[in-house]
Design a protein around this ligand. Structure first.
Ligand code: ATP
Ligand code: MG
Length: 550
């Protein structure tokens, strides 16, 4: 099931631009900064850039915005490439902002020559003091009226490493009284003496995003440069640089609303903090809202796409419930995962009237609508495990369709059993149950004599494989508006509960990434730490969404 992108305001702009002949084809780009892993919010930008271009037979580049060498790293470059391919997108070209450092430098020189840029000696603190406020105009830098010759010489010296970090900047000469603060002589080049992941030590001056981005878009022939809403106030500056630099192609910027999900951290800075302070097990911790984390949790790329597309694209930021993603995951996995028996919180049951050494098995299909999945043997014997939550000593009410003392239930693909006795541990917890089975009720025999008090899944003890289950829950507890806690104070202590239990023997050769539906429980995926000797599963999502309590 692959959704097509519905109509949205950007698609309409593209249609109009093609119809009017303003552009002949659609070329977009996704421009991540390689300073962390991608998160689910980025999925909106990725899906929209790729799907919109695809809808018109256009192209999408992946361009790493790597103009700040202090924060960027090749491991993030590789992780981002991998995540985009995992989502099912193949960039037309993979590029780096740093590929254009020569051209970007040449455009800066052009601005200097035209009296539109100057080398400024103010410190970063002074630059912000001079900038003014939204209500008051800024003050012009005392270095603003340097001659073109002096500016050219100083800028070259900056490039040649004559000055220390922060000692000088190159600034555009626009208008210190402009109502839009971004237009008040913005810095366009700064000095950073450090090794860049691509260009190594070739440069010690680096362009600012606002200057570099429109130039990169222009060089690549990007027609629609899509970005999130916080760049709206930068568009005039984007257009100013294009107008003054006069590149051969004119790109245009369009802003869309950001995707927010309640109780979900969607800022690389915070995600990075979680990882660097070891509060999670890396960027791919299954609790993380990173694409790598979602993947390890078993979420499918198809579900992420469906979620992003069905949430739509508007000019406003939007908040979308994570329940929508969970629903998309269930809809995607329902027809395409094998259904098996697993007991995540085992309670031992002894069938006292069943022979000691006998094991019998039923041939059971993996999925009611998928003959292609085949069948497996599901063993049954004298000792089985059921789910602890499927037993209560006393039937609490008439709706209890599970096991209680004196009640009879069906063990799916086996027999009806009746509970006769509860054996307790010294601490009064339940140790095991003693039950009896009725031979006549064998599954598949067509027995219609009576109705059991529910259907339970089980795993036979001697053939079951022990397994560990990571019960992945929300990383953050709900934000209480009155308390105003920091995100670290909101970390959910129960976000990952590890349980030990059993799975049926057919799962023996499951590989990391294999997904299953555990009957009556939910969808699970084999974790990367799993081995045939030590199976480890992560819970992807419950079988049904819980009703939200008021
Ligand atoms: P963060 O704000 O999480 O630190 P970022 O915006 O700094 O992320 P970039 O690498 O600059 O990260 O993002 C690449 C692209 O993804 C940008 O075009 C940005 O607008 C877009 N993007 C990032 N987060 C979201 C979001 N929550 N919703 C929609 N688009 C997003
Ligand atoms: Mg950003």
């Amino acid at each position: 099931m692959m959704m097509n992108i519905e109509s949205n305001f950007v698609k309409t702009i593209m249609e109009d631009d093609l119809a009017s002949g303003k552009v002949d084809e659609i070329i977009t780009r996704f421009p991540p900064e390689p300073n962390a892993y991608l998160h689910i919010g980025h999925a909106r930008a990725i899906v929209m850039n790729f799907e919109l271009a695809k809808a018109f037979g256009g192209k999408t580049n992946l361009r790493f915005d790597d103009t700040n060498p202090l924060k960027e790293d090749t491991t993030f470059v590789e992780a981002i490439k991998h995540d985009i391919r995992w989502l099912g997108y193949e960039p037309d070209t993979v590029l780096f902002g740093s590929d254009y450092f020569d051209q970007t430098y040449a455009y800066a020189v052009k601005l200097i020559k035209e009296g539109l840029a100057f080398v400024c000696d103010l410190s970063p603190e002074e630059v912000s003091q001079y900038r003014g406020t939204l209500k008051e105009p800024g003050k012009e830098s005392p270095w603003r009226n340097r001659s073109v010759e002096e500016n050219l010489r100083l800028f070259e010296e900056m490039k040649d490493g004559k000055y220390a970090d922060g000692e000088k900047t190159l600034r555009a000469k626009i208008n210190m009284a402009h109502p839009n603060m971004n237009m008040r002589d913005p810095v366009i080049y700064r000095i950073i003496h450090t090794t860049h992941h691509n260009t190594k030590d070739k440069w010690c001056i680096y362009p600012m995003y606002d200057f570099a981005h429109p130039i990169q878009d222009a060089i690549e022939g990007i027609t629609h440069s899509l970005c999130s809403l916080e760049y709206e106030d930068h568009r005039v500056l984007y257009d100013w640089f294009i107008e003054k630099c006069e590149p051969p192609h004119t790109p245009h910027q369009y802003e869309f609303g950001r995707l927010n999900i309640p109780n979900t951290i969607m800022s690389k800075r915070y995600l990075r903090e979680l990882v660097e302070e070891d509060l999670v097990d890396g960027y791919d911790d299954p609790r993380m809202p990173t694409l790598a984390g979602l993947r390890r949790r078993g979420v499918t790329p198809e579900a992420i796409k469906e979620f992003i597309i069905s949430a739509g694209l508007s000019r406003q930021n939007s908040t979308v419930s994570i329940d929508m993603l969970d629903t998309a995951v269930r809809n995607d996995l329902q027809p395409k995962t094998k259904r098996i028996h697993a007991v995540v919180d085992p309670l031992k049951v002894i069938i006292t009237n069943y022979p000691e050494d006998k094991i019998e098995s039923q041939t059971v299909s993996y999925h009611p609508n998928r003959d292609d999945f085949g069948e497996r043997e599901l063993p049954f014997g004298r000792e089985v495990y059921i789910e602890r939550q499927d037993f209560l000593p006393e039937k609490p009410n008439r709706k209890w369709r599970r096991l209680s003392l004196g009640e009879e239930v069906r063990l799916m693909h086996a027999y009806f059993i009746t509970c006769n006795d509860i054996i307790y541990n010294e601490d009064d917890s339940i140790k095991e149950l003693h039950c009896t089975y009725d031979e006549k009720t064998k599954s598949g025999s067509g027995f219609k004599g009576r109705k059991p008090n529910g259907n339970l899944h089980f795993v036979e003890k001697s053939t079951g494989l022990s397994a560990k289950f990571n019960m992945v829950g929300p990383l953050l507890i709900e934000d209480d508006e009155d308390e105003d806690l920091s995100f670290k104070e909101r970390l959910n202590p129960d976000s990952m509960i590890v349980q030990e239990g059993f799975v049926e023997p057919s799962v023996k050769d499951a590989k990391p990434g294999d997904r299953f539906q555990f009957m009556r429980l939910g969808y699970y995926v084999v974790d990367k730490t799993s081995s045939p000797e030590h199976l480890v599963f992560n819970k992807t999502v419950d079988l049904r969404g819980r009703r939200r309590k008021k």
